[in-house]
Design a protein around this ligand. Structure first.
Ligand SMILES: Cc1cc2nc3c(=O)[nH]c(=O)nc-3n(C[C@H](O)[C@H](O)[C@H](O)COP(=O)(O)O)c2cc1C
Length: 319
């Protein structure tokens, strides 16, 4: 059944608080964005919400070349969340720039393009294809939380050196860079520092938590790829802790917080932990208008708590 469009219910009408924020050099009208991989490559959510009303739309990670992704099943429901191993399926940047971006640009949304690669050179190739993208592409999110082909055991974001190399390669995009990091390393603050030193203006914290579900009847992992990434409310405390640790170690490094946000109150937790903006992912699967609903919730939360400027909340949970 086609979902009813409920834009009116999720507007900011009547909200008095100033919700504008900045992620380093990028000014946003409000702190709520979509999360990469959970809102399609373009305008998939446009029938459910006004994409231009969000802080930004973050598109699914794109490779320089088309990529088929992992075998099915790719997603599976878990307690308070889901596990996925989509495997970064995508049309490749050339096709996306030609077919998806113009439609997205027409919505007047601010666009953050997430890129990935299996090697540093593949990140460089993807980034260079964005150098001449239109100005609606306000930032490039470097998905360092993807497998490093040259180090089979690890994601790039598990290593400060590898993260620094992919961020450096992404400079070819000539856009503000945000490094998307992994919560699956105790060295997150060191990795964040390496990303910043290599040229990332901000870090996005965090990607999914590594996990697995086993089907007891078949006695094999449920997902086609075996392992997957856990997301949704189950990981919210992990992600809030990751943002808190990163802000504590680097109070001047802008952070975009993500992981299990499904209400305005959840978003406030991330702001208090130190994020200047947030992304909404898994919540969108149950409610495609979730980013707009959460934004309206956040505005009402601020008004109810006498918060005139949303950025006054940033880092508020730190001593
Ligand atoms: C189905 C699915 C696909 C995802 N694909 C990507 C991706 O392509 N690139 C990326 O950086 N993160 C990807 N993520 C991770 C999300 O952007 C987000 O960091 C994570 O799911 C935690 O947020 P959430 O709990 O709000 O979903 C994906 C998550 C899901 C559930």
């Amino acid at each position: 059944m086609r979902p009813r469009i409920r834009r009116g219910r999720h507007g900011l009408d009547g909200v008095k608080a100033d919700l504008s924020t900045r992620v380093a050099s990028v000014n946003l009208p409000n702190p709520v964005m979509t999360a990469s991989g959970t809102a399609g490559h373009g305008t998939e959510l446009a029938t459910h919400l006004d994409l231009s009303s969000l802080g930004a739309v973050v598109v699914k990670s794109l490779h320089a070349e088309p990529w088929a992704g992992n075998p099915a099943p790719r997603i599976h429901a878990t307690p308070s969340g889901m596990i996925n191993s989509v495997g970064l399926q995508g049309p490749g940047l050339a096709a996306w720039l030609e077919q998806d971006l113009p439609v997205l640009e027409a919505t007047k949304a601010r666009v953050v393009v997430s890129i990935w690669g299996r090697t540093v050179d593949e990140f460089a190739a993807a980034a260079s294809m964005l150098a001449t993208a239109p100005s609606c592409v306000v930032a490039v999110e470097v998905n360092a939380s993807c497998p490093n082909l040259e180090d089979r055991r690890a994601l790039f974001a598990h290593s400060a050196t590898a993260t620094s190399e992919v961020v450096d390669a992404a400079r070819a995009a000539r856009r503000p860079l945000w490094a998307k990091l992994s919560p699956n390393t105790p060295e997150l603050p060191e990795v964040a520092a390496a990303a910043a030193a290599a040229g990332a203006e901000a870090v996005t914290v965090a990607n999914t938590v590594l996990g697995m579900v086993i089907d007891t009847e078949t006695r094999h992992p449920v997902l086609g790829a075996g392992r997957g990434g856990l997301s949704g409310p189950a990981i919210r405390p992990v992600a809030v802790r990751a943002v808190f640790d990163t802000h504590e170690a680097h109070p001047d490094l802008p952070i975009v917080g993500v992981g299990g946000i499904s209400s305005g109150d959840d978003a406030v937790q991330f702001l208090l932990a130190g994020a200047t903006a947030v992304q909404v992912g898994t919540a969108t699967f149950a409610d495609p208008a979730a980013p707009a609903r959460i934004l309206a919730d956040l505005g009402r939360w601020c008004d109810h708590h006498g918060v005139a400027t949303v950025t006054d909340l940033v880092g508020g949970a730190h001593g």
